[in-house]
Design a protein around this ligand. Structure first.
Ligand SMILES: NC(=O)c1ccc[n+]([C@@H]2O[C@H](COP(=O)([O-])OP(=O)(O)OC[C@H]3O[C@@H](n4cnc5c(N)ncnc54)[C@H](OP(=O)(O)O)[C@@H]3O)[C@@H](O)[C@H]2O)c1
Length: 395
């Protein structure tokens, strides 16, 4: 079995980002590999740091012989864009898997900020009404025609398109799920698919963090931020993290941040300047957006990289090229979906995340769980900055 061959891409400047996604959202570009594929593949690769075994598809004994699946399951539906109150707990029609598809009974569902963007209409869903959710781990309960191997009963996880994980069960393209290693439970898996693979592409492929780099992680105690901080620290970088409270600061320190800035009390630009003796940082990973974008640019060293990968506080204002020219800065607005466009990329990315969890490089902080029926409360808490680490919904 081979070891993970990391794609050591050189840093590259992507096209200047538009400040909003075009319609339809890139998550809904057609699948590039619609062919049925066997689910019984092992990971072709393993993390260079993983000390665990190669993850295998595994069956949960209690799920091995499912009863005939109902067409209707309980889930969350959004009929109109708006606040958390538009998240309705209803019957959801899911149907049966067609060719190349599987039916999955979700054990745990990851809550992500992107779910808030779709609920609000910041990103456009394919249609209204829709069932949100882009991350889950669950048990295969049925397979469509054309798939080979023993799939029913396998524990799988997925992140990204298609939406619909906020439901007891869902239909998924088989080539979008990955087997969950036996060392990882469903709640952990549902916490690290989207967030962990985001940390992977940001640190390993978008800008390749190396020992000696100094980096700034905005929202360092958040779901993605916690994993980014731990992983970057393990890679040998000096990590500066921003958070809003003392409690989150303690978590960020524990996650390997060498310096933590409480942005409600301190001017983060001035503090970064002080910490770096006026040199600035090599890269900023900014997921906060509107409130921090300009300051993040100011924190960069000459030829530094601005990685704007989210907008929890709102979409950043348009950036004039002159704002980059002053320090010959690089700017990218990356999305996980464009970094996991092939099945190989998905398996490499998930394999490295699972490997780092198994080896202890990443400690997954599942700080909040909610019943799926209470998703509205969970999203309200995420939006109002009450959460830290990962938030998981339990069907
Ligand atoms: N580009 C991609 O492919 C990709 C993939 C995954 C996630 N993301 C982005 O990564 C970010 C983090 O996602 P997550 O799910 O892990 O969420 P999260 O970081 O757990 O939650 C957002 C955090 O942002 C901070 N924040 C600062 N200002 C805020 C404001 N005005 N409103 C809300 N939060 C604010 C808060 O931390 P403090 O209280 O400490 O300030 C809050 O806890 C999101 O922007 C998301 O869109 C992007």
């Amino acid at each position: 079995m081979g070891f993970l061959r990391l794609r050591l891409q050189s840093h590259r400047l992507l096209p200047l980002p538009s400040q909003v996604f075009p319609l339809p959202h890139p998550l809904f570009y057609p699948c590039q590999n619609p062919k049925p594929i066997p689910l019984t593949c092992n990971y072709p690769i393993q993390s260079t740091r993983s000390r665990g075994g190669i993850p295998q598809l595994r069956a949960l004994a209690t799920e091995a012989v499912p009863a005939p699946a109902p067409t209707m399951v309980k889930g969350i539906t959004v009929h109109e864009h708006g606040g958390p109150e538009v998240l309705k707990w209803e019957d959801v029609e899911i149907g049966e898997p067609k060719e190349g598809e599987i039916r999955v009974k979700n054990k745990a569902i990851g809550l992500n900020f992107i779910d808030v963007y779709f609920r609000k209409g910041v990103y456009k869903p394919p249609a209204l009404p829709f069932t949100p959710g882009m991350e889950a781990a669950g048990v295969v309960t049925a397979v469509g025609p054309g798939l080979t191997g023993k799939q029913v009963g396998d524990l799988v996880a997925y992140a990204g398109a298609p939406m619909g994980s906020y439901a007891e069960e869902q239909i998924l393209p088989a080539d979008k799920v990955v087997p969950v290693p036996s060392s990882i439970d469903p709640i952990t898996a549902a916490s690290i698919m989207l967030k962990g693979m985001t940390a992977q592409f940001l640190l390993r492929r978008c800008f390749k963090v190396e020992p000696g780099h100094t980096i700034l992680v905005q929202a360092a105690a958040g779901g993605v931020g916690s994993l980014l901080s731990q992983w970057a620290s393990a890679l040998g970088a000096t990590v500066i993290g921003t958070v809003s409270t003392e409690e989150k600061a303690a978590q960020a320190k524990d996650d390997g941040c060498h310096h933590v800035i409480i942005n409600k009390e301190e001017d983060f630009v001035a503090r970064v300047n002080e910490i770096t003796s006026g040199n600035g940082v090599d890269v900023v990973y900014d997921s906060i957006g509107k409130d921090t974008f300009e300051g993040s640019l100011a924190c960069l060293k000459t030829r530094g990289y601005m990685v704007s990968f989210g907008q929890s506080s709102g979409t950043p204002d348009p950036v004039p090229l002159s704002a980059l020219a002053v320090k010959s800065l690089f700017l990218t607005r990356p999305s996980l979906m464009q970094y996991n466009t092939t099945r190989d990329e998905l398996l490499e990315s998930a394999g490295e995340v699972f490997g780092n969890v198994a080896s202890g490089v990443l400690r997954v902080r599942v700080n909040h769980t909610y019943p799926l029926s209470q998703t509205a409360q969970a999203q309200a808490d995420l939006e109002s900055r009450k959460t830290s680490g990962s938030v998981v919904l339990i069907p």
